[in-house]
Design a protein around this ligand. Sequence first.
Ligand code: ADQ
Length: 465
Amino acid sequence: MSLTVAANRVPIRQTDDGWETSVGGLTTALLPVLQEQGGLWVGMGEDPDLPDRQPYPADAPDFLVRRVPLSDEELDHYYYGMANRVLWPVSHYLIQHLELKEAFMETYRQVNRRFAEAILEETEGEGDDVIWIQDYHQMLSPRHIRTERPDATIGHFWHIPWPAMEVFRILPWSRELLRGMLGCDLIGFHVEEYVDNFIESAEVLLGANAETTPDGGVIRYDGHETRVEADPIGIDVARFQQMAADEEINEKARSFRERLGTEKVVLGIDRLDYTKGIHSRMVAFEKFLEDNPEYHGRVSFFQIATPSRSKLESYQQIRREVDEVVGRINGRFARESWVPVNYRYRTYSQYELCAFYRAADAALITPLRDGMNVVTQEFITANEDGVLILSELTGAAYLLPEAVQVNPYDRNGLARAIQTALEMPEDEKRERLSGLKATIEELDVHKWADGFLTSLRTGARMSKT
Ligand code: ADQ
C-alpha cells in the first residue's frame, strides 16, 4: 500500500539545525506509516522560497512532501477566511463569529481543486493505494478526486464537531460542501453524535439515502456509497508514559509547585481560541474564590495559552478579554506573595507540558465545544493523583464518564466543581483516574491510524474489544 495524506500543513519544518518533522498527534501517528510504506504528504505552501516538491529526508527519502503554493490573498481567504471564520465557528456552534463571505468560498473552491490536482499528479491510484484527507480545510477535494478517478480509495477524518443539521444548514454552501465530502469512501468522526449529525445533514439537505449500521452508517448519494463511523483519536500513550516517568520532568514538576508556593494547583492548557472557554473558566475561578475565602492563599490557577490564529480580530479580542480578567482577579484577590491566577501566553515543548500535567491537583478543561480535546488525554496519562474537570461539550466527555463533568456555561456549577475536585477523597481520585487511564490507553493514536486505514482499505471496521 502507498499512503497519500492531505492535510492543511505539511509535517516538516525548518529549524536552525536543518529540517525536522513537527511534533503533534497527527504527524506522530502518520509518519511511521509513511516511513514504512512510502507515500506522499500534501499540504499548503505558505513560503514561496520553499520547493513545491521535497523528498524527505533529503539523503534517504521515505516519502514526498508536496506543497500547494498559496498567495497571501489565497491564504487569507481559504485558511483565515473559509476555514477559520466560517467552518470553525459554525462547527463549534459559535455563530456569532461567523463571517459568510462569498470570496472566502470562491478561494476555498480553487484551493481544494489544487490540492486534488496535486494528489492526482503525484499518484497513480493503483492496487490498494489510499488517500487520507484530514479535516475541515478540505471538504471539496474528495469529490474532485472521485470525478477524475472513480476507483480511488478516499478517506477523510473530521477533527472537529460535526454540528447539528439545523446549524450546518446556516451555511449558504452547505449542500455543495456535503457533496464534496460524499466523494469519500469513508469519513471518520470522533464520536457517534457527530456521525449522527452528519447522516442527518446528508439525508435532509441532499436527500441522500442513509442506513445506520452497528459501526455508524452508510450513505448512498449520486451512485456512490460513503461509510461513516466514529473513530475517536488518541495520543501517543507510550511517549507520554515515558516522559511522565522521567526523573528530570518530576524534578521540574516539584520545583514548579515550590515556586507557586500554594497547597493546591489547578491547571489549564489550551490554544488561545474562543472555543476553549478560557475566559468563562477564569470567571468561574473568580466565583470560586468569592465563595470560598478559606482557599485564599492556598490555591493557584495556572493557565497556559498557546498563541493561535493571532492575525484574526476575534482571536485578538479573546486575548484582550483573557488579559483583562486575569488582571481583574489578581487585582481583587492577590495578597502578600500569593498570586491567584498565573497566566502564560506562549508555547511550551511537550516535555515541559508534561511537568505541568504531573504537578497539577486538578485540570480545568472546559471548552465551550471541542471535537475531542487531547489535552485531556495528555493530562490523564501524565498525572498520578489529580482530578479531571471536563466540559460535557467535548468529544472526550462522551468517552470519559469518570471525569467531573461540567457545563462550561454554568459559572456556579464550574465554581462548585473546583471545590469538589480540591476536596475529593484520595481513594475516589485514584479510582476515577484509573478508569480514565484505561480508556486513554485504548485510544492510542497509533491504534487510531491503523484502525482507520484498515477500515478504509477493507471496508470494515476492526472489531473493538
Ligand atoms: P486543537 O483544537 O488544537 O485540535 P487539542 O485537541 O486540545 O485541540 O490539541 C491541542 C494540542 O496542542 C495538544 O497536543 C497540546 O499539548 C498542544 N498545546 C496546547 N497548548 C500548548 C502550549 N502552550 N504549548 C505547547 N503545546 C500546546 C483539533 C480539535 C480537537 C481534537 C484535535 C485532534 O479542535 O478537538 O482533539 O484536533 O483531533
